[in-house]
Ligand binder design. Structure first.
Ligand SMILES: NC(=O)c1ccc[n+]([C@@H]2O[C@H](COP(=O)([O-])OP(=O)(O)OC[C@H]3O[C@@H](n4cnc5c(N)ncnc54)[C@H](OP(=O)(O)O)[C@@H]3O)[C@@H](O)[C@H]2O)c1
Length: 290
C-alpha cells in the first residue's frame, strides 16, 4: 500500500525539478507548501500553481527564506512547524554559486555555501520538524548519483571536530564538485539518520538528470569535458525527475541499491564511525539555531 500524502513541504520549488514536483502534486489535489529564497519567484510560482487546484479548500502555501542562512531558518521554522506535514521533500540545492555570500557573523560565515545550503540548512529544518511534529512524516532527501563517484568517501572524517575544517571555505571557485558530492553523500547519511527517528521514514533519491540551473552553473569548460558522458546518460527532463521523487515519497518500500533510490541502510563504503561523526558534527553545529 502506498503511503498517505495529503500535505507536502517542498524546499527550493521556484525552479527546475522542485517546480514540477509542486505542479504535479497540486494537480493531484494535495496541499502543497513551497519554499524559495526569492519573493518574486515565489509569487510567480504561486500564480502558476493556483489555476491547477482541484478543490476549493486545497491549500497552496509559501515560505520565503534562504536555506543558506541558518538565522533565517531559525526565524521561519515556528511558522512552518504549525503545518502538519506528512511529506517533506528536501529539494533545494546549489553547485557552483555565482558569488560567495557576504560574511554574517551570526551565521557561520566560515562555512562553504554549497554544503551549508544543500545539507546543513536542511538538517536544521529537519531538527525543528522532529522537535515539533510528532506525527508520521516521510522525508525525501534529494541526493545525486555523483555521491557514488569514487574515492570522495575516503576523505570523510572519523571525529566530529575534524568536519569543521572539512566544511570550511577553501578554494572557493573550484569547490563546486567536491562540496556538491559531499553534500549529496551527506543527504544519504541524513536520510539514514531520519529513518531511525520515531514515527519518521526517509529515503535519499537520485532524481535522474535534467538540464536545470544547477547543471548550467557548472563552468562551461567543465561541461564541455563532461559532454561525452551524455552518450551514456540520457537527459530525463524535469518532469521525469519530479515523478521519480514523488514515487520515492509514496513508496512503502525500503529501497535497495537501485539507480533511482539510494539505499539508506547500506551506504557504500562509509563506515558507521564516519556517519556517526558527521551526524554529531551537524548536531553540534546547529545547536545555537534551535
Ligand atoms: N538536475 C539534475 O540533473 C540533478 C541530478 C541529480 C540531483 N539533482 C538534485 O535535484 C535538486 C533540484 O535541482 P534542480 O536540478 O531542479 O536545480 P535548480 O533548477 O537549480 O533548482 C534548485 C532550486 O533550489 C533553490 N535554491 C537554491 N539555493 C537556495 C537557497 N539558498 N534557499 C532556498 N532555495 C534555494 C533554487 O532557487 P532559485 O530559483 O532562487 O535559484 C531552485 O528553486 C537538487 O538538490 C539537485 O542537487 C539534480
Amino acid at each position: 500500500m502506498a503511503r498517505p500524502m495529503a500535505t507536502v513541504l517542498i524546499t527550493g520549488a521556484t525552479g527546475g525539478i522542485g517546480t514540477d514536483i509542486a505542479s504535479r502534486l497540486v494537480a493531484e489535489g494535495k496541499n502543497v507548501y513551497v519554499t524559495g529564497r526569492s519573493q518574486q519567484k515565489l509569487n510567480n510560482l504561486i500564480d502558476q500553481l493556483n489555476p491547477m487546484k482541484t478543490r476549493d479548500d486545497q491549500i497552496i502555501g509559501q515560505f520565503q527564506f534562504d536555506i543558506g542562512w541558518l538565522t533565517d531558518i531559525k526565524r521561519e521554522m515556528p511558522q512552518i512547524c504549525k503545518v502538519p506535514f506528512d511529506t517533506v521533500i528536501f529539494n533545494a540545492g546549489i553547485m557552483f554559486p555565482k558569488t560567495p555570500r557576504s560574511a554574517n557573523e551570526d551565521d557561520l560565515p566560515w562555512m562553504e555555501d554549497t554544503l551549508k545550503t544543500n545539507i546543513v540548512g536542511h538538517f536544521l529544518m529537519a531538527r525543528h520538524l522532529l522537535a515539533e511534529q510528532k506525527q508520521s512524516i516521510r522525508f525525501v532527501c534529494l541526493s545525486s548519483v555523483t555521491a557514488k563517484f569514487p574515492l570522495r568517501w575516503m576523505r570523510w572524517k572519523t571525529s566530529p571536530s575534524e568536519f569543521h575544517h572539512f566544511f570550511a571555505r577553501s578554494n572557493y571557485f573550484t569547490d563546486g564538485w567536491t562540496s556538491y558530492i559531499d553534500s549529496k553523500l551527506a543527504a544519504i547519511v541524513m536520510a539514514q539518520w531520519l529513518n531511525k527517528q520515531d514515527n519518521k521514514s526517509a529515503v535519499a533519491v537520485h532524481p535522474g538528470v535534467a538540464t536545470t540551473a544547477i547543471v548550467l552553473s557548472i563552468p562551461e569548460n567543465q561541461r564541455k569535458i563532461l559532454s561525452p558522458l551524455s552518450r551514456f546518460q540520457k537527459n530525463d527532463g524535469t518532469n521525469v525527475c519530479a515523478n521519480n521523487v514523488i514515487n520515492a515519497a509514496l513508496s512503502p518500500d525500503d529501497f535497495t541499491n537501485t539507480w533511482i533510490c539510494h539505499d539508506t541502510v547500506a551506504i557504500p563504503r562509509l563506515s558507521e564511525v564516519q556517519k556517526n561523526s558527521f551526524m554529531d558534527f551537524l548536531h553540534e553545529l546547529t545547536k545555537d539555531f534551535m
